[in-house]
Design a protein around this ligand. Sequence first.
Ligand SMILES: Nc1nc2c(ncn2[C@@H]2O[C@H](COP(=O)(O)OP(=O)(O)O)[C@@H](O)[C@H]2O)c(=O)[nH]1
Ligand SMILES: [Mg+2]
Length: 358
Amino acid sequence: MEIGLIGLPQVGKTTLFNLLTGASYPTGILGETKVHTGSAPVPDARVDFLAALYRPQKVTYARVNFKDIPGVDLRGGEKGAAVRFFEEVRGADALCCVVRAFTAAGVPTYFDALLPLREFQELYAEILLADIMLVERRLERIRSGKKVSKQAAAEVALLERCLAALNEERPLTEVTRTPEEEALFAGYGFLSLKPLLLAVNVDEDGLKGGYPQQEALLRYATERGIPVVEVAARIEAEIAELPPEDRVEFLDNLGLQEPGIARLARAAYRALGLISFFTVGEDEVKAWTVREGTVAKRAAGKVHSDIERGFIRAEVFAFDDLRQLGSPAKLREAGLLRLEGKDYVVRDGDVIHFRFKV
Ligand SMILES: Nc1nc2c(ncn2[C@@H]2O[C@H](COP(=O)(O)OP(=O)(O)O)[C@@H](O)[C@H]2O)c(=O)[nH]1
Ligand SMILES: [Mg+2]
């Protein structure tokens, strides 16, 4: 599960990537060509709560992978200039577009002024254009083929519907498809089919008092169902250098309860359709990642293949019930401890103990 970070050059993608993954790649490189990959913990207050309760030796958060690619430079002017940059994120499961809403004297701006909405619109247009080019290429290939099979005809009809949507500036998520068409879709790596989120990289002023185009940007994203996370990458990087006990105070001064990258990591996790269940004990409290809709037996397989094979029952309670009542014993008294079978659909926040025999 990987999120591709995309954006114009010098908007703070690598700074954000470093913050998320704990890496320390150089930032501020003009004409950057390197691609970085790494994984980021998904901060979760529920895990913290469980850790405080069970006092385990080890605490493990969920993780998501990020890929940081060179900034898309559109100033060459040729049509579809972004496509070659986007090739790096063809295989990503979701995209996070980073836009610049910070001022910094030494960092060249892409436009004459700070225009985060315009950045996003231009990038979004490039995403749609990249898909248009892909559809057109595929249509051409099918049409130039000699045999016209039934499947090819079905594919042409689908691709034409795609083209119509894209030309109306609608992403491919809005094209309705039958299950058969869904299968045809799978192999293409269309960009506008991927969940998209928007990270706005702000400075301290932006955090406290807003930034240019803020309202219009938020409206534009909301209208399209695109989640927005505002982060202050540079300041957060500075705060991350401080000893942990000082961090809270600095975040507090900025009016933040937690770092923006925590929100970003969680938004990415959600955009990927992922949920967490927890296992608890004296040795480890751990968040496990499954897709929404995963059944108990499959979830057990995440923990160990033996547990999936020898699955008997899942003992389940909801994290929120535990937080309310305070202890597993009280949950039992209240009848909130459930025994579930192999087809139980795991919910986000379930605390599970698997019973199995080998
Ligand atoms: N003042 C300020 N500078 C930032 C911020 N984020 C990134 N920068 C600086 O902007 C430059 C470009 O950052 P980088 O992460 O390399 O951007 P990328 O090209 O999008 O990967 C670097 O000099 C960063 O230190 C921010 O939030 N505030
Ligand atoms: Mg970079």
